[in-house]
Design a protein around this ligand. Structure first.
Ligand code: ADP
Length: 219
């Protein structure tokens, strides 16, 4: 087991997927839901799963919620329950509180309550899938700031056999290739002689504009 674990409140689609993954990563996870069926379904996957009404202060205290390092409020549709549960976690002194929001306004309320991180799973997944649909070679990306991104792109057939020197991304587009993921392993900070193969994965850092230009040019 790693750390003092996570308490996840609300075992809907988001909470249950999050809980299963954290257990796979080696963490202790207490899952709580007021719905008995949701708890029964998740209990084989989580360290502990209990049925409880999480807006109730006494219930939350008796479950020892404050002993967990991180609490995740994974209640979306019932905004009142989401807000009241968030307040309970904050009042109990849970060190890190993360909460799911279903709208900008819901998110703003959660921020005002002092949660450490608001997540918008539906909105963020929609944005991510849109980027992937618009650029077929894009596997994934991380926005470092408003302007800078790290993107993972598959090498298109047209670049098979070309070296980084031939491609010359820094001079042509301003972006840098920081790693190449090949079937035999990952090459970090590859040198100019490295030859690309179709289906290798390039990890590129640059401004959004530089990465867009790179993608268009190599396709
Ligand atoms: P998702 O979109 O991720 O499925 P939902 O908002 O539909 O999220 O599901 C939230 C879960 O949270 C449901 O299983 C519901 O029973 C549970 N839940 C809602 N309110 C409370 C509450 N006050 N106490 C405990 N669990 C709750």
């Amino acid at each position: 087991m790693r750390g003092s674990g996570y308490v996840i409140i609300g075992l809907g689609r988001f909470g249950s997927s999050l809980g299963k993954e954290l257990v796979k990563l080696g963490y202790e996870v207490l899952g709580i839901d007021k719905d008995e069926e949701a708890v029964q379904e998740m209990s084989p996957y989580l360290t502990h799963a209990v049925v409880a009404e999480c807006t109730d202060e006494e219930v939350m205290r008796s479950l020892g919620v404050r002993n967990f390092d991180c609490g995740v409020v994974a209640i979306g549709d019932d905004i009142q329950a989401s807000i009241l549960t968030t307040i309970q976690l904050k009042d109990l002194g849970v060190k890190r509180v993360v909460a799911k929001a279903i709208s900008e306004l819901h998110g703003r309320v959660l921020e005002k309550l002092g949660v450490d991180r608001v997540v918008y799973p539906e909105r963020d997944m929609g944005i991510r899938v849109a980027h992937q649909l618009a650029s077929p070679n894009l596997l994934d990306y991380i926005e470092l700031s408003k302007d800078y991104t790290i993107a993972e792109l598959t090498v298109p057939r047209g670049l098979d056999g070309k070296s980084l020197h031939d491609l010359n991304p820094r001079a042509r587009f301003g972006c840098s290739i920081v790693a190449i993921n090949k079937t035999k392993g990952v090459i970090i900070a590859p040198n100019a002689e490295e030859v690309l193969r179709e289906k290798d994965v390039l990890v590129i850092i640059g401004t959004n504009d530089q990465i867009d230009k790179f993608e268009v040019a190599v396709n």
